[in-house]
Design a protein around this ligand. Structure first.
Ligand SMILES: *Cc1c(COP(=O)(O)O)cnc(C)c1O
Length: 366
């Protein structure tokens, strides 16, 4: 009997670090450092170092990290922010939360990241920023996007939620723009045991401001300088993330090895993969492929006990939540093609070689 290969299995990783986790959770309890506090601070210091940035500020989710970046840049009602159509919806939420308008731009047909040549025509006098997303773990064309941002006097913000450890021309993502926003949602390459996120930056004023906003807009307790939020990171999450950060490179290297096996092993012409430019060092948060008959392939894999997933079935510009913006089918053809033809194969560091082989054989037999 064949055993099931889940698309993601967080338990395998937990079992490897269970003892360290138990100790860390106990330490948080003994110090009663539940909200923010010393464990979060230690993680922030280590995470900034890992990202090669001056500062890192822990928050309660990746969505909050993006939201606070928009607040810090004073983006507000009437402003527009360029966002890729092919991303997880939270990139756009951040823009909407500050009452600004996301302006969706198509991805390229091969890298599946934002199409830089399609950005300029979307820039208006109201445009304030571009959010670049390093989708599936692969850096977007950072130099081209930031050059365009600079030329048009726009902020460049990085959504690094899927790209912990990814590098653009050997430099870690997150420090290229004004701020880099990370998610530590459990399924991410660096995942918490609950919800968490972080903003990294080389600008200490920004870091200071994010710290105030995440904590009700105060620097001194009970003196509120502006309208803030409760977006602090949990002590438990800080402690767990600090343990897991030590394994991140090893885990990412294993993901890269699995990706290489997929690249080398999947030979059927019915499958296309994300093109990787030479400057992009991806950490393969997801391994997305496209095929002419996506639903057929999904069923074919399911019949062999291989679970695949869809990232994402509807591009942002066609989501019901944004129907009021008036986008129609056909305006972002590459993102729309992906939504209809993409499939994510199992991808996590704990996948065994035999399992990867089984996936490869099943895909080739399709
Ligand atoms: C996960 C994710 C987010 C949101 O992070 P949360 O921690 O779930 O709030 C934002 N952008 C992208 C691209 C993501 O993948």
């Amino acid at each position: 009997m064949t055993t099931k290969i889940p698309c993601l299995d967080l338990k395998r990783q937990y079992l490897q670090i269970a003892d360290e986790v138990a100790e860390a959770l106990k330490a948080v309890c003994e110090k009663t450092a539940f909200a923010d506090g010393p464990f979060v601070e230690t993680f922030e210091k280590n995470f900034a170092q890992a990202c090669e940035t001056e500062c890192a500020v822990g928050v309660n989710s990746g969505t909050s990290a993006l939201h606070l970046a928009m607040r810090v840049l004073e983006i507000q009602a009437g402003d527009e922010v360029i966002v890729p159509a092919n991303t997880f919806i939270a990139t756009a939420w951040a823009v909407s939360y500050v009452n600004a308008t996301p302006v969706f731009v198509d991805c390229t047909a091969d890298t599946w990241n934002i199409d830089v040549s399609a950005i300029e025509e979307k820039i208006s006098p109201r445009t304030k920023a571009i959010i670049g997303v390093h989708l599936y773990g692969q850096p977007c064309n950072i130099e081209a996007v930031s050059a365009l941002a600079k030329k048009n006097k726009l902020w460049f913000v990085e959504d690094c939620a899927q790209a912990h450890g990814a590098r653009y021309k050997r430099k870690h993502v997150g420090g290229f723009g004004e701020m880099g926003c990370f998610s530590f949602y459990p399924g991410k390459n660096l995942g918490a045991y609950g919800e968490a996120g972080a903003v990294v930056t080389n600008n200490s004023n920004y870091a200071h401001h994010v710290k105030s906003l995440r904590n009700h807009g105060c620097q001194e307790r009970y003196y509120h300088d502006e309208i803030g939020y409760n977006m602090r990171m949990d002590g438990f999450q800080g402690a767990i993330l600090d343990i897991k950060l030590r394994y991140l490179t090893e885990w990412n290297n294993r993901r890269k090895a699995i990706a290489k096996m997929y690249h080398d092993g999947i030979t059927t012409p019915r499958i296309s993969m994300q093109k990787q430019p030479e400057w992009a060092d991806s950490v393969y948060h997801l391994f997305v492929i496209t095929t002419d008959d996506r639903d057929g392939l999904m069923k074919h894999l399911q019949a062999q006990e291989i679970v695949s997933a869809l990232h994402y079935p509807v591009p942002c510009h066609l989501q019901k939540a944004y129907a009021h913006l008036g986008y129609t089918k056909g305006v972002c053809p590459n993102a729309e093609y992906l939504a209809d033809h993409c499939l994510s194969l199992p991808m996590y560091a704990e996948l065994m070689d035999e399992e990867v082989q089984r996936v490869i054989e099943a895909v080739n037999a399709f």
